[in-house]
Design a protein around this ligand. Structure first.
Ligand code: ADP
Ligand code: ASP
Ligand code: MG
Length: 417
């Protein structure tokens, strides 16, 4: 007997047929004698609709009320799945975040889970009952529902798995694992059998939305073995109950991976914008005068490039921010112009950051150089570069996204691996 968490994403509970298919996967596990906690997302597209309604009600709105609205999608699917399970003879009960409770901090709209009391869930397991928990939501210190940020049901699942000391946390989605890149953009993408927590963290942070970043962080800290698999697989196919015999991707520690690749995957993030400040005084403190006010305005600055200016006592500085933050960033910079003393500012949207990730980069030189050469041969201009231990990223024009991803995918031999 094992204790398992099974998480079903939006497409896996998109309608009653999909909910019945999810229930069949759950019944297989309970029939095998396992203790099961299920975490559900809202039906596919539902959360987008709810977010849109809050925006239409008023573009600027109270984050607590936003959470009241957008958390409701998960309440529907948890109840429906419990009803379907009961109708199949499986003892099941739905749970909202506040009923367990899943305690979060007060950052409404992007709350972090602080504590989960596992007592009730464990009591119910002992009665042989399946707990169907609404993902994406918890209870803030103000006693109000708080949501965990988009994609947050993954994090609910991992946090519950850690709290109840589950043996497995299976993430059921619409792909049968983590691929070398987004299979929607590169049909030659290959499924990875195993990925390290570190690589998955980079892939998720750099745009592979198959798992929420925070869920990978939590899994790494608590040693939760995550298995990404498809809810569209036959629930009763050969080996369906096990992780080892089913298609899927195990996210695990580095020492569980025998064959280490130099490059594991390619990720990309759209909607990047670049801001350039021209002819700043080249003196200590100039960076602080720029990035201090931007940080206070909660603007996430990513890539930073400093270049020489035509005038040697001056410098040029270029950095990237999410496209949606450009207007705010420009107004912050205008307000701080007297301190920063730049002569000119330019901004450019419509950019994409493409990143190459692989734990083998630690011990291999020249990995990035290969990419720069390959992109140059395709006539793709690189506007900024950042590197770190197990990844590097290039900033390019959005029109080149597919070409760049496919070029890098092939140059690192990831095609149909
Ligand atoms: P869910 O609703 O189940 O949480 P998501 O849409 O959040 O599902 O995540 C699954 C999607 O992530 C896939 O359909 C796929 O398009 C996308 N994706 C992006 N990068 C990758 C990748 N490297 N491997 C697998 N899927 C990826
Ligand atoms: N329903 C939420 C969202 O769409 C949470 C999730 O699906 O993980 O962001
Ligand atoms: Mg998701």
């Amino acid at each position: 007997m094992a204790r398992i968490v099974m998480k079903f994403g939006g497409t896996s509970v998109a309608d009653l047929d999909r909910i019945r298919a999810a229930a069949a996967h759950i019944k297989r596990e309970t029939d095998a004698g396992n203790q099961v906690a299920v975490v559900v997302s809202a039906m596919a597209g539902q959360t987008n609709q709810l977010v849109e309604w809050t925006r239409q009600a008023s573009p600027i709105h109270d984050a607590r009320e936003y959470d009241t609205v957008v958390s409701s999608g998960e309440q529907v699917t948890s109840g429906l799945l419990a009803i379907v399970l009961q109708s199949m003879g499986v003892d099941a009960r739905s749970w909202q975040g506040w009923q367990i409770p899943i305690r979060t901090n007060n950052a409404h709209g992007a709350a972090r889970i602080e504590d989960i009391d596992p007592t009730t869930l464990i009591e119910r397991f002992e009665m042989g009952q399946v707990a169907v928990v609404s993902g994406f939501q918890g209870l803030g210190p103000d006693n109000r529902v708080a949501t965990l940020g988009r994609g947050g049901s993954d994090t609910s699942a991992v946090a519950i798995a850690a709290a109840i000391e589950a043996d497995r946390c299976d993430i059921y989605t619409d792909v049968d694992g983590v691929y070398t890149t987004d299979p929607r953009i590169e049909p030659k993408a290959a499924r990875l059998a195993r990925v390290t927590f570190e690589e998955m963290l980079e892939m998720a942070s750099l745009g592979a939305k198959v798992l929420q970043v925070r869920s990978v962080e939590l899994a790494m800290v608590h040693g939760v073995r995550l298995f990404v698999r498809s809810s569209f697989d036959d629930p009763h196919g050969a080996g369906a109950g096990s992780q080892s015999n089913m298609p899927g991707t195990l996210i695990c520690d580095e020492d569980e991976i025998v064959e280490k690749q130099v490059v594991t995957g390619i990720a990309y993030t759209r909607d990047e914008a670049q801001i350039s400040l021209r002819r700043l005084p080249d003196v200590p403190g100039v960076s602080a005068s720029i990035f201090g006010p931007l940080a206070e305005a909660n603007i996430n600055v990513d890539m930073i490039v400093q270049g020489a200016s035509d005038d040697l006592s001056k410098t040029d500085l270029t950095f990237t921010v999410p496209s949606g933050d450009v207007e705010t960033a420009l107004s912050v910079l205008a307000d701080a112009r007297d301190q920063i003393r730049y002569e000119d500012v330019q901004s450019d949207g419509g950019l994409v950051k493409v990143s190459v990730i692989g734990i083998g980069m630690r011990s291999h030189a020249g990995v990035a150089a290969t990419a720069f050469r390959a992109l140059a041969e395709k006539g793709i201009n690189i506007r900024a570069i950042t590197t770190s231990e197990i990844k590097f990223s290039v900033l390019i024009g959005a029109d080149y996204t597919e070409l760049a991803v496919r070029t890098l995918h092939s140059v690192y031999d990831l095609d149909n691996r």
